[in-house]
Design a protein around this ligand. Structure first.
Ligand SMILES: [Ca+2]
Ligand SMILES: [Ca+2]
Ligand SMILES: [Ca+2]
Ligand SMILES: [Ca+2]
Length: 288
């Protein structure tokens, strides 16, 4: 039965390949949203089949550096999931191992220049140039650890009006990060050592994202078999004079920041034991 379902899923993916964008990944379902704790720790992700973990082997580096890099230069494991109503949210967790903490900018609009993650969401998969519409039809979020004093650790890029940041704050977006060792500082790491940092997020996503608040916006409702326009792009920086050296992400091309036809797709699949779910055998890998 499980095998049959997996075969059927494969056929669905093949049939929809014409509408797929630059790459496709599975988006498993959180079985018990009440048990998820957004604390930057992964102990609440034990339910996820390791086959859904996204690692450097499943990512594309678009700045031209050799890929995958040495594990002690840059490494990641990324989990991404959805939950059904009433929780109805996107969840993700990433753990990065890095030999050089690159946190130099103070202006949140420039977080992409530092060690950070960009999350580009086109919830209803409409794919138009959402930079031109100032992110109403798709949004480019950026998150990082250790923001400068007084700065948010979450952001939406490329829109001057800070009113748009409403969806980067609770209750719409909940974000926690950790760093180990806790006293790690840029340019001061002992040679040969690594620092590990994590990002964990739960956020609502939007079919229409108003620039001033939730009341004029349309919340996306997740369901099995949906294709969500969703792109993760990590930024890897070591030295402020060299700047960003790697941009590993889920798309092999640049330009997802403004149009999801340059980005990746995530296919929402039900998880065994989740409410309303049907078993799916994840016998392949993170990237379809
Ligand atoms: Ca957690
Ligand atoms: Ca590095
Ligand atoms: Ca859209
Ligand atoms: Ca770095």
């Amino acid at each position: 039965m499980k095998k049959l379902f997996a075969v059927a899923l494969g056929m669905v993916l093949a049939a929809s390949a014409v509408s797929a964008h630059q790459a496709s990944y599975f988006l498993p379902q959180v079985p018990n949203p009440d048990q998820m704790v957004i604390d930057g720790k992964s102990d609440d992700w034990g339910w996820i089949d390791p086959a859904f973990a996204i690692t450097p082997d499943n990512l594309f580096e678009i700045l031209g550096s050799p890929w995958p890099p040495a594990k002690d230069d840059w490494d990641v494991v990324l989990y991404v999931a959805w939950s059904s109503r009433p929780d109805n949210a996107l969840y993700y967790f990433a753990r990065v191992t890095d030999d050089s903490l690159g946190l130099f900018v103070e202006n949140a609009q420039e977080y992409w220049k530092d060690d950070s993650v960009e999350i580009i969401i086109d919830a209803d998969h409409t794919s138009e140039n959402f930079n031109e519409t100032e992110m109403v039809s798709g949004q480019q979020y950026g998150i990082r650890i250790k923001p400068a004093a007084g700065q948010q650790d979450t952001w939406i890029f490329n829109v001057p009006q800070e009113s748009i940041l409403w969806s980067t704050r609770e209750p719409y977006m909940i974000y926690s990060w950790t760093v180990d060792p806790a006293n790690a500082e840029p340019l001061k790491q002992p040679a040969g050592s690594t620092v590990t940092y994590t990002y964990e997020v739960k956020q609502k996503i939007w079919d229409f994202h108003d620039k001033v608040g939730a009341s004029g916006s349309v919340e996306h409702v997740f369901a099995p078999d949906q294709i969500i326009g969703l792109t993760f792009q990590f930024d890897e920086t070591e030295n402020p004079e060299v700047g960003r050296e790697k941009q590993p992400g889920t798309t092999p091309v640049n330009g997802a920041f403004q149009d999801n036809s340059n980005g990746s797709d995530f296919l929402a699949v039900p998880t065994e034991g989740a409410s309303g779910g049907t078993a799916v055998e994840s016998n392949s890998w993170g990237r379809i």
